[in-house]
Design a protein around this ligand. Structure first.
Ligand SMILES: Cc1cc2nc3c(=O)[nH]c(=O)nc-3n(C[C@H](O)[C@H](O)[C@H](O)COP(=O)(O)O)c2cc1C
Length: 383
């Protein structure tokens, strides 16, 4: 273990783990989400690490997602309360949740750990029935993942496909497998982080669409020369209207970054929206999600729940997003660090650490219930 190729996390700006050791930590020694990342990095080959860690372009938005949390202060509580008095349970679109935390859809988990998505779903369910959203680019089909965790809630994520018959097939597959909620991701239209080794070496081929968008690779000629994902440039609200008719349960739109889009999403039948910039993997130099959250919450005005992701690494981050109006948050990279570091036990532990940190922050801020975590509990100094 002493020779494990662990190193400082490269894609994050937070301090290195507060470990007393220079060797790789064991699961029992892990204390924060950040402790998992170097272990994960040591376990997987470089392209697998890079695929999880990085963001689009100069990674400005990736970094800003984290910086934004630093610009929000938590107001000192008039009276802190014991953690045992904190109960953050809620009901989200018919799903009872002990904590307002879910697993974001992230592609291809098999390279992180042999248990892949099945391991992640079992881990999420074991961690107080945390809802998991399965990526359309899953390494394991939904028909195998869905039955893996008794009592767990699995929803399905989907990238728009121009062909409505194929779209309907995907909806049928998800819904027949028991995925009640469907998440349609509407960001990453033109620019996204998906660099193959050939791409990096300018070897001549570039992805033209996500696997779920039926895209393949093309020579770096024509529009591919500009690395534009030509498979996703046609998205329309009419398409969302068509999908709405295919989805019997909740329909969520993921990738909302503007108040106007939030209003339109509701107009076109979304039951909830997810404020997300794909963890800085969509258009670089776009805003951090925390900065745009308040204006989107104001535009939504309580009509539908608002979920939040991009940059969550600590319980205090979750507290801040909730205080600025989110009804819940989704974990992207952090959950992958847990699975990649220690398999399902690691993913479960990671979720439980964030749940505990959230409770601890709420107690320190004097908040016993979710409704107590509101804008009076924070002060945003966005720069
Ligand atoms: C490696 C990786 C793969 C992802 N794959 C998908 C995907 O298939 N579908 C999707 O909607 N979002 C995908 N996302 C975005 C996540 O759902 C989420 O928005 C993002 O990870 C949140 O930011 P965070 O990683 O900083 O928590 C992916 C993110 C990462 C890091």
């Amino acid at each position: 273990m002493a020779a494990s190729p662990v190193g400082a996390a490269v894609a994050q700006i937070d301090p290195n783990p507060f470990s007393e050791h220079r060797r790789t930590l064991g699961l029992a020694e892990i204390q924060t989400a950040y402790d998992f990342e170097p272990v994960f990095r040591g376990n997987v080959i470089q392209p697998v690490y890079d695929y999880t860690a990085h963001g689009d372009g100069s990674e400005f938005t990736l970094q800003r997602n984290r910086q934004a949390f630093d610009w929000v202060e938590i107001a000192p509580a008039r009276a802190a309360i014991p953690a045992s008095q904190v109960d953050l349970s809620s009901e989200f679109l018919g799903v009872k949740m002990k904590f307002p935390i879910m697993i974001a859809p992230t592609a291809a988990m098999a390279p992180l750990h042999p248990d892949g998505e099945i391991g992640m779903f079992k881990a999420a369910t074991a961690a107080s029935n945390t809802l998991m959203i399965l990526s359309t680019n899953t390494s394991t089909p939904v028909t195998q993942v869905a039955p893996a965790a008794l009592g767990g809630t699995l929803w399905g994520q989907f990238y728009p496909l121009q062909n409505l018959a194929t779209t309907q097939q995907w909806m049928d597959t998800y819904q027949n497998a028991g995925c009640n909620g469907i998440i349609v991701t509407i960001d990453q239209q033109a620019s996204y982080y998906e660099r193959t080794l050939q791409d990096r070496n300018l070897g001549g081929r570039v992805r033209t669409g996500g696997a779920g968008a039926g895209g393949g690779t093309a020579a770096l000629t024509g529009s591919a020369r500009y690395r534009v994902n030509t498979g996703r440039l046609w998205y329309t609200w009419q398409y969302i209207d068509a999908v709405r008719k295919m989805v019997k349960g909740p329909l969520l739109l993921k990738g909302i970054l503007e108040a106007e889009d939030a209003r339109l999403a509701i107009e076109h039948g979304a039951d909830a929206i997810i404020v997300s910039n794909h963890g800085g993997r969509s258009m670089d130099y776009g805003p951090s999600t925390l900065e745009v959250l308040p204006e989107i919450v104001a535009a939504v005005n309580g009509r539908v729940p608002v979920l939040f992701d991009s940059g969550i690494r600590r319980g205090a981050d979750i507290f801040k997003a909730l205080a600025l109006g989110a009804n819940g948050v989704c974990l992207g990279r952090a959950a992958r660090w847990g699975l990649g570091a220690f398999g399902p036990a690691g993913a479960q532990r990671l979720i439980e650490i964030l749940q505990r940190e959230l409770v601890q922050t709420a107690a320190a801020a004097g908040c016993a219930r979710l409704s107590d975590i509101n804008k009076t509990t924070v002060k945003a100094n966005f720069v």
